[in-house]
Design a protein around this ligand. Structure first.
Ligand code: KE4
Length: 432
């Protein structure tokens, strides 16, 4: 594939944007490559400025469950933007979106709009701390909740006693209030609760992890967390920025029938425009200013253009629940095809999938159900696979520890083509 224009644009961008990108993963560093600059997208495909075409399984990292430039979303944006872009005052569409989210997501009785998933999780944590009067929070190694100081934390040497910052600029003080547990290991949570009695405000997790690669909850894991938090007076926060409206109209909490106290949302609810949200029971949400004493605000929160896009997206999903069966079937076909290809080539791999989100781990661990298992993946092999796939017109995440997303726009032919090209790539990896 020719990439002259993208390469030139990347050099130009690096002169004025850190790393040439506005979000690190886009720089393709972890796969030792350089990014394609995208000119436009339509349906399941994106096109770069050198004229290359790709079947897209990144989908802007999750928002585009209906595909690129979905007509109902584009029409809604066009209609809204002609009336102005922002008023800093209430608009009816914000209430329309809030009512729809409350109707679709079991745990949500009230919801506050923000501008990103990071803002949603940051605000949800402050709300949980304000509501409980407690300071500590439990998160899980391998789960990502945006670039919030309190969540950019990794296990310290004595993992059960202290945590350490995972980024420069995060203070030890902040880190000391974040406790690290192991995904799918409820005993690791129990130990933290017994070692920090009456100090833990909340447990936050991705109900299906997408940021260590896809790692589903083990049977009963979410139920155990629900009971443990209730028993210990802590709130359960489901970070559904990826899974919200992805796994079902009611997200993972509907899919697994476990109801959290607070839910954070993003991605799909903006239809591709900058949106985040957090919601929960009235008694909790009414702690937020101007009702209560937990301050949170945002100039462009509930922006009328983003709300128009989000409403069009959510309404289409709510009116067409049959989409989720179709996404399940397409996801299953893709998973089965990749598994068969691994068998044909003898390349060690683990495929984790829930609905339309999945990850092919280049690992011989057999099963990957927590971060330490995800880390067994051969990231060099993934990098090689990534380059072969993209070179062959299959656009996947430039990191082993992300999810592939199947959208409503992917056709059966797209899936068949992808399975065939996956086999070609695996054969080359096997015999370079
Ligand atoms: P944003 O601030 O990027 O809108 O959302 C943060 C966030 C919160 N929670 C979960 C579960 C998330 O996955 C994310 C963001 N996801 C990453 C990729 N998995 C966004 C891609 C990027 O960082 O550019």
């Amino acid at each position: 594939m020719k990439r002259e224009k993208s390469n030139q644009e990347f050099e130009r961008a690096k002169r004025v944007i850190p790393g040439g990108v506005n979000s690190p993963v886009r720089a393709f560093k972890s796969v030792q490559s350089t990014p394609a600059f995208i000119s436009h997208g339509k349906g399941a495909r994106i096109f770069d400025i050198d004229g290359n075409e790709y079947i897209d399984f990144v989908g802007s990292w999750g928002p585009l469950i209906l595909g690129h430039a979905f007509p109902a979303v584009i029409d809604a944006i066009e209609e809204a933007v002609r009336k102005g872009t922002s008023f800093g005052a209430p608009t009816v569409k914000e209430t329309d979106v809030a009512e729809l989210i409350c109707n679709m997501v079991p745990s949500v009785e009230k919801v506050r709009m923000v501008n990103s998933g990071t803002e949603a999780t940051m605000s949800a944590l402050r709300l949980a701390r304000g509501f409980t009067g407690r300071e500590k929070v439990i998160k899980f190694a391998g789960c990502y909740h945006g670039h919030v100081d309190s969540f950019l934390i990794q296990a310290g040497s004595g993992a059960l006693t202290h945590s350490v910052p995972d980024s420069m600029g995060v203070t030890r003080g902040t880190a000391s209030d974040t406790l690290l547990a192991e995904y799918n290991n409820p005993e690791s949570v129990e130990r933290l609760f017994s070692g920090n009695q009456n100090k833990i405000a909340a447990v936050i997790l991705e109900p299906v992890a997408g940021n260590m690669g896809v790692v589903p909850p083990a049977p009963g894991f979410l139920d155990r967390l629900r009971k443990l938090t209730q028993e210990n007076g802590a709130l359960l926060i489901f970070d559904e920025v990826i899974t919200g409206f992805r796994l079902s109209g009611g997200g993972a909490q509907e899919y697994y029938d476990v109801t959290p106290d607070i839910t954070t949302l993003g991605k799909i609810i903006g239809g591709g425009l900058p949106v985040g949200a957090f919601g929960g029971k009235k008694e909790i949400m009414d702690y937020l200013a101007p009702e209560g004493g937990v301050y949170q605000a945002g100039t462009l929160a509930g922006n009328p253009v983003s709300m128009a896009a989000g409403y069009a997206m959510l309404k289409f999903l709510n009116d067409h629940p049959e989409i989720y069966k179709e996404l399940e079937d397409k996801g299953a076909t893709l998973e089965e095809g990749i598994r068969e290809n691994l068998g044909k080539t003898g390349i060690p791999g683990v495929v984790n999938r829930v609905g339309s989100m999945m990850t092919l781990f280049f690992s011989n661990a057999g099963q990957i159900y927590s971060y330490k298992y995800a880390l067994t993946a051969n990231t060099a092999m993934y990098a090689g696979y990534f380059k072969l796939a993209v070179e062959n017109g299959i656009y996947i995440a430039p990191s082993q520890f992300e999810s592939m997303f199947v959208s409503y726009a992917h056709t059966r032919e797209d899936i068949e083509e992808t399975v065939a090209k996956n086999l070609e790539a695996l054969r080359i990896l096997k015999n370079p």
